[in-house]
Ligand binder design. Structure first.
Ligand SMILES: [Zn+2]
Length: 335
C-alpha cells in the first residue's frame, strides 16, 4: 500500500518514530480537512500494526498482510458510514465492544478504524468514549476526523491527535503537475485556492462538468451582485448549456455561501483572490434563509429536469436569475 501524498509524510514519520521508541498510543485521532488521502495513511498504519514483520512498513506478503488485502483479516474492524445513514449509530459501537471482547485471532493486536468519527451520533460517541477510556489490552483505535465538523472534546482529549496540515498552494500545484495535470488550463491568474489537490485531480480526471463552468458562474454572479451585469444578457450566455450543469454549479454556490456564513472558507474552487474576497463579502451580507430558499428552488427545477425530457436552460433561466437577484438584493441595495 503506497502513500504518495507528500503532505502525509510528516505524520507517517511520527508514527514510525513512536513505534521505534515503543511509544505507540492505543487511540489515534487523525485530524485533517476532508479528501486529503488521510484514509490511505490510516490503512497503511493499520497494516503496519498487523503485519508479522517488525516495524510499521508492512511486508505485503505475509499471511496477515494477505488477509488484510483480501479484506478478511478477523482482527481488523472498520466502522464506516453506510449508504443509507449519515450518522454512525450506537449499534455500530456495540458491535465494536463485542469485537474487542475476544482475544486477537492472529498475533497480538486488534484494530478498529472509525471513519469519519464526527459522524458518530451522541450515543455512539459516548459508548466509544467508554471503551477508549479503558481500552482492552492490545486494542488500537484509529479515528479519522474530517474538520471542520466538531467532535466531542471528551473524545478528542483521550486520543493522541495527529493533525495533517493542508498542503500549501505551491505543493498542491507541484503534486498536480507530477500527476500530469495541466495547471495552466485553470490557473491563468494565480487563483488556485488552497484546498484538496486530491479532489482537484479527481475532478480533472473525471472531467467534472462543474469545474469548467463554475469559475464563470461565480464570476458572473459576483458581477451581478455588484449591479454590473444585466440579467437578460446573462440569461443569454447560459441558455444553451446543459441545465443540470448550471443547476449543480448554482447549488455549489449556495453551499459555498452558507459555508462562508459559518466561517468556513470555500475550498476546492478555482477562484481568483479578488473573487474569493468578493464571495466572502457577499456571503457575509446575505440572509441565509433566502439562500436556502433559492437552493430548494434549484432542487425543484433539477428534479423536473431529471424526470421529464427536453427541459432546456432557456425554459427557466430568466426566472431563475430574477429569483437569484432577490437573494442578492440586500447586498445589491447597499450600493
Ligand atoms: Zn506482512
Amino acid at each position: 500500500m503506497k502513500v504518495d501524498y507528500p503532505w502525509l509524510n510528516k505524520a507517517w514519520r511520527f508514527l514510525v518514530d513512536s513505534e521505534g521508541k515503543n511509544r505507540l498510543s492505543q487511540a489515534y485521532l487523525f485530524k485533517a480537512q476532508e479528501k486529503l488521502g488521510t484514509e490511505t495513511l490510516i490503512d497503511k498504519f493499520a497494516l503496519g500494526l498487523i503485519c508479522e514483520k517488525e516495524g510499521l512498513d508492512a511486508c505485503g506478503i505475509c499471511k496477515n498482510c494477505a488477509l488484510v488485502n483480501a479484506k478478511s483479516f478477523p482482527d481488523l474492524k472498520r466502522i464506516e458510514l453506510s449508504e443509507k445513514q449519515n450518522v454512525i449509530p450506537v449499534e455500530a459501537i456495540r458491535d465494536l465492544i463485542s469485537f474487542f471482547s475476544t482475544k486477537p485471532a492472529f498475533g497480538g493486536r486488534k484494530i478498529a478504524i472509525i471513519n469519519p468519527v464526527e459522524n458518530l451520533n451522541f450515543f455512539a460517541a459516548n459508548a466509544l468514549l467508554k471503551i477508549i477510556e479503558e481500552p482492552p489490552e492490545h486494542s488500537f483505535f484509529l479515528l479519522n476526523w474530517e474538520t471542520p465538523r466538531p467532535v466531542p472534546r471528551t473524545l478528542t482529549s483521550r486520543c493522541t491527535q495527529i493533525s495533517i496540515p493542508s498542503p500549501s498552494r505551491e505543493s498542491s500545484l507541484r503534486w498536480l503537475v507530477s500527476r500530469g495535470v495541466n495547471i495552466e488550463e485553470f490557473n491563468e491568474d494565480d487563483s488556485l485556492l488552497a484546498g484538496s489537490p486530491v479532489e482537484i485531480l479527481f475532478q480533472v480526471q473525471n472531467k467534472h462538468p462543474s469545474l469548467y463552468i463554475l469559475k464563470d458562474v461565480f464570476g458572473d454572479i459576483l458581477t451581478l451582485s455588484s449591479g454590473q451585469k444585466n440579467i437578460i444578457k446573462l440569461s443569454e450566455k447560459y441558455q444553451s448549456i446543459n441545465p443540470i450543469t448550471l443547476l449543480t454549479s448554482l447549488e455549489l454556490l449556495c453551499h459555498t455561501l452558507s459555508n462562508i456564513k459559518f466561517s468556513h472558507l470555500p475550498r476546492k474552487l478555482f477562484l481568483s483572490k479578488t473573487q474569493n474576497l468578493n464571495l466572502q463579502r457577499l456571503a457575509n451580507n446575505l440572509d441565509l434563509t433566502n439562500v436556502l430558499e433559492f437552493n430548494s428552488y434549484l432542487l425543484d427545477i433539477k428534479s423536473k429536469c431529471l424526470t421529464s425530457d427536453g427541459i432546456k436552460c432557456s425554459d427557466f433561466i430568466e426566472t431563475l436569475f430574477f429569483k437569484l437577484m432577490v437573494v442578492l438584493e440586500s447586498e445589491y441595495n447597499e450600493k
